[in-house]
Design a protein around this ligand. Structure first.
Ligand code: G1P
Length: 289
């Protein structure tokens, strides 16, 4: 029996320079896909997967997210007064219980591994999930829930993976695959953002992880990797040998909302996935084309 995954880390300190001027004052994780900010999709996916405690690793200018996950008394009073109970209930559901959501600041942009390391006190020796809100996944059940199910089989460290075109390997952490049954791939190594000609495979890490706390033994060393940053991929690679490492191909479609085209595609796909919007969205797309 594997120890259940109860906690999740959400690294949200990035500046979002690719979305300027939208992200000059607005955290990029607050950009909406249809009518919901990216960070809320991430938290809801984690809740669906059974996560009970959440930590956002933030930075300067990210305070809006704290307000987003707090009560908005004036707004709630008005919704109540106007009998908009569906909206009121939806707002209630999206907020984790008091004390279940914490924030810590990364303070310096030293890479994803460093951001996760900043949450070490909160994780306190348990297996945990990491969710990157930029990677938005349209899936039912959600990607993290699929992973929690797979994790019952694999234990150890587990990431979501996707096959990418070889010319894109330098955008991702890539698995050096030992065995692969089509759903689960066991890795003997990992490389962060290898050049296409050097990549050991084209199986890439997507922003969902289930990790054992021993990864902090390696993150503690603050060793810099690709791009001079402290890489989560490097710390995970160093656990292989002591801990098994698997990638799971999930059912669903992933959108890289850290890029403009991924963001636009996500808006179209998520709008089409909503029954009440589907017909109108099709019509609008056709008329625009
Ligand atoms: C990060 C990780 C990379 C992973 C990717 C998934 O890169 O370092 O290993 O494949 O997320 O989105 P970033 O996109 O932050 O450069």
């Amino acid at each position: 029996m594997v120890q259940p995954v109860r906690k999740a880390v959400f690294p949200v300190a990035g500046l979002g320079t690719r979305f300027l001027p939208a992200t000059k004052v607005l955290p990029k994780e607050m950009l909406p896909i249809v009518d919901k900010p990216l960070i809320q999709y991430a938290l809801e996916e984690a809740m669906e997967a059974g996560i009970e405690e959440f930590v956002l690793v933030t930075g300067r200018g990210k305070n809006l997210m704290e307000d987003h996950f707090d009560h908005a008394y004036e707004l709630e009073a008005i919704l109540l007064e106007r009998g908009k109970l569906t909206e009121l209930e939806a707002m209630e559901r999206m907020t984790p219980d008091p004390g279940r959501l914490s924030y810590t600041r990364q303070r310096r942009p030293r890479g994803l591994g460093h951001a996760v390391w900043c949450a070490r006190q909160f994780i306190a020796g348990e297996p945990f999930a990491v969710v990157l809100p930029d990677d938005l996944i349209l899936a039912a059940p959600g990607c993290l829930k699929q992973m929690v199910n797979a994790y019952r089989e694999t234990g150890g460290n587990l990431v979501a993976v996707e096959d990418v075109p070889r010319e894109h390997t330098d955008r991702y952490g890539i698995l050096d695959v030992e065995t692969d049954n089509g759903r689960l791939a066991k890795a003997r190594g990992l490389v962060e953002k290898p050049a296409p000609e050097e990549a050991p495979s084209t199986l890439s890490i997507i922003g969902r992880y289930i990790l054992q706390p021993e990864v902090f033994d390696h993150l503690d060393k603050h060793e810099e990797g690709a791009g001079g940053e402290i890489q989560l991929t490097d710390a995970m690679a160093r656990t292989i040998g002591d801990t098994e490492f698997h990638g799971v191909r999930f059912d669903g479609r992933r959108f890289d909302c850290g890029t403009k085209i991924g963001f636009v595609a996500a808006n179209v796909a998520f709008a089409l996935s909503r029954d009440e919007l589907n017909d109108d969205v099709r019509e609008v797309i056709q008329s625009v084309l």
